[in-house]
Design a protein around this ligand. Structure first.
Ligand code: PLP
Length: 356
């Protein structure tokens, strides 16, 4: 419906790069599809979206996003069914979260319908870039940044919204090791932790690197005030299975990114009859539950990795190992369910897929 009212200006590439792709060896985020969508905001409104060949953009050195950080992004995936249908996983949820990020960062919103239509049209143009192999997908990256050429701190009057995409394989090739972080902070109450803001990730690099030097893939962040409650890990939300219950930190305060993968996993678990608790979870409780064997599973949930099984959790110099991956009934089942649903192998009983 909406599509008829949106005019897309489309210029396709003269030289597709697709024949040069090594599909057997796809490092995450290094290969880009043939096109990108660009939409500019000026004089109080969004201009016509354009789809053009993928390539560099030039900018003024005083471009405000670079200096003052009005820069937000999203991430979602598209797959192809065996019949060749293009299936995008819950782009409406990304659109809603993008609006929240816009509002928090004092940026103009993109209405949900326009956002989703931009994603659909773009994916339709680059549909040949959606890998056909199990475990592979097209990772779609919409983002927006301020473009006023101006030195001074105030919300920009102009913005650029861009969508590009990368064909990708698995994000992690092995179960992950995470380290409980008790000094550095990802997000404080009243801050921007709930928004997908570029600066959050820049700020996490130094602490994450310290963890990596100790041999961990990711940090497990704790709350800024007391460092006693578990929050989330890298770009993943965290889920535990303790005494057969599915547990995840509450998203009530604004320090945790509201992940679409975790929300979907919990919705599935609920339908499967699992008991679910979203509440504050202490580090102490998790460590005690691993020690006494009541914590049987732990995983990160996020678009890039879908489900990242956790092998061990480091805490104050000790490592606490989770049970063997093969024993993880819920994580394995939900991982397969999500992968089959996204790629059209099993029916879309939740109505989560949008066709391009
Ligand atoms: C993107 C992100 C997640 C996961 O969200 P999904 O919608 O599941 O991809 C979790 N935490 C942080 C900090 C993130 O940036």
């Amino acid at each position: 419906m909406l599509e008829q009212t949106i005019n897309f200006k489309i210029t396709t590439t003269q030289e597709s790069k697709i024949s040069k792709v090594d599909w057997e060896n796809l490092p995450f985020g290094k290969m880009f599809s043939d096109h990108m969508l660009v939409m500019e905001y000026s004089e109080g409104g969004w201009n016509e979206p354009e789809i053009i060949p993928f390539g560099p953009i030039s900018f003024h050195p005083a471009t405000s996003a670079i200096h003052y950080g009005q820069s937000i992004f999203e991430g979602m995936k598209a797959n192809k069914s065996s019949e060749g249908e293009v299936l995008i996983f819950r782009p409406d949820m990304n659109a809603k979260r993008f609006i929240e990020s816009c509002e928090r960062m004092c940026m103009p919103i993109i209405p949900e319908g326009l956002f989703v239509e931009c994603v659909r049209k773009f994916v339709e143009i680059d549909r040949d870039w959606i890998p056909n192999k199990p475990g592979f997908s097209l990772y779609i990256r919409p983002f927006m940044f301020s473009t006023d050429e101006f030195v001074g701190i105030r919300p920009s009057d102009t913005y650029k919204f861009i969508i590009f995409a990368c064909p990708v394989g698995a994000y992690y090739n092995e179960p992950v090791n995470v380290l409980i972080e008790e000094h550095y902070t990802r997000a404080a109450e009243g801050g921007v932790g709930r928004a997908k803001v570029a600066g959050n990730y820049g700020a996490s690099l130094y602490p994450a690197k310290q963890g990596q030097l100790k041999g961990y893939h990711q940090l497990l962040w704790t709350d800024a005030k007391t460092h006693t409650f578990v929050e989330e890990s890298g770009t993943m939300n965290i889920v535990f299975v303790i005494n057969g219950k599915i547990l995840s930190p509450t998203e009530e305060n604004d320090t945790i990114l509201r992940g679409i993968t975790k929300r979907s996993v919990l919705e599935v678990a609920k339908v499967w009859g699992y008991e679910i608790e979203e509440r504050k979870i202490t580090v102490e409780e998790v460590i005690a539950a691993i020690k006494d064997g009541s914590c049987t599973e732990a995983f990160g949930a996020g678009t890039a990795a879908t489900i990242a099984h956790i092998n061990k959790i480091g805490f104050r110099g000790d490592d606490y190992f989770l049970p063997a991956i093969e024993t993880r009934e819920f994580s394995l089942k939900v991982e397969k369910f999500m992968n089959d649903l996204k790629s059209g192998i099993s029916p879309d009983e939740f109505g989560w897929l949008v066709k391009a």
